[in-house]
Write a protein that binds this ligand. Sequence first.
Ligand code: NDP
Ligand code: 8X3
Length: 253
Amino acid sequence: MRKIIFITGATSGIGKATAEVFAKNNYDLIITGRRKEKLEVLAKELSIAYSIEVFTLNFDIRERVAVKEAIATLPDKWKNIDVLLNNAGLAVGLDKIQDGFIDDWEAMIDTNIKGLLYVSRELIPLLIKNKKGHVINIGSTASKVVYPGGNVYCATKFAVDALSQTMRIDLLEHKIRVSQINPGAAETEFSIVRFKGDKDQADNAYKGYKSLTAKDIAAAIYYVTTLPEHVCINELEITALAQANSTYFNRSN
Ligand code: NDP
Ligand code: 8X3
């Protein structure tokens, strides 16, 4: 029987690359996101390429009822989840706190914190019931060190850090692993979303250095699931060689 990974935000970037890596390693996938067509194309592609099964769930993670209803449609055999990847997330804007747009703040808080909680609340009881599991939360270098204009995004990722630490305590008695992966800048749709479709601004984020790719992060996510059952990687921070932390980059290339 193949293992199952549930991935939030699998329509692009890190979530999509992770779906590819786990499919290649003979996992069945539950992939989620708002863009239904992208989910369906990916499901078809991966199930054919790797002879695995893929179940798609199309919902907006900010909608509490939609999350609950979507997860409730999982057939029993798909509830036997081994890995939950809480990945869906975004940054919107890079404004100073005094200039920030409240709609942007709400999008980040509702997605990065509340959405992660809604999904976790539905799925963690299943992991407990199955007496196994691994929760992997995607934090950020911004879970540890803030940067100018990062205010609310950094706050949401600090919150993810707090949740990973407390989940680890809550799930200790159930032998469920909790890992947090903290990527630095990785070239995905992240900056396009942050800069609201402004491609020039988005491209600037990755200028002058070789940034991480979504595949680099996906490889690390897979790695933390491959260790012996008694071992838990609590946290991994991964940056490009040219990035020291949230603020310091070597852009001399
Ligand atoms: P992408 O923009 O490429 O992917 C984000 C994914 O999240 C998409 O699949 C998107 O799906 C999903 N998503 C966003 N909002 C919602 C929503 N409301 N409901 C459901 N799904 C949603 O970015 P990344 O792959 O880079 O980002 C993935 C995670 O990695 C995020 O948590 C991000 O904060 C984190 N991260 C990214 C870094 C980077 O530099 N790229 C660095 C550090 C952390 P859809 O739009 O179809 O709903
Ligand atoms: C994303 C990291 O520094 O590009 O979490 O905003 S950063």
